[in-house]
Unconditional design. Structure first.
Length: 76
């Protein structure tokens, strides 16, 4: 079975966050940059970010971008 594009993007970004390539407070690449890197459309990038937000790994800041969550922000 083929992995959906949004899941492939979310999986790769999740791996980068968990491995420390992207650290707390780091800004994710822009939607356009992620589209180019993964060869996917806007919807796939958007869905990947929604998944990562739901998992508490990233948060959006209106007009500034999407950032990796700091450890103290993940405690619930």
């Amino acid at each position: 079975m083929v992995t959906p594009n949004y899941q492939r993007v979310a999986d790769d970004l999740r791996d980068q966050i968990k491995s420390g390539v992207l650290g707390p407070g780091d800004k994710l690449p822009s939607t356009a940059q992620l589209q180019a890197k993964y060869g996917v459309g806007n919807n796939a990038v958007h869905m990947a970010i929604v998944i990562l937000k739901a998992e508490g790994l990233v948060y959006g800041h209106q007009g500034k971008g999407v950032f990796v969550t700091k450890p103290e922000q993940t405690g619930q």
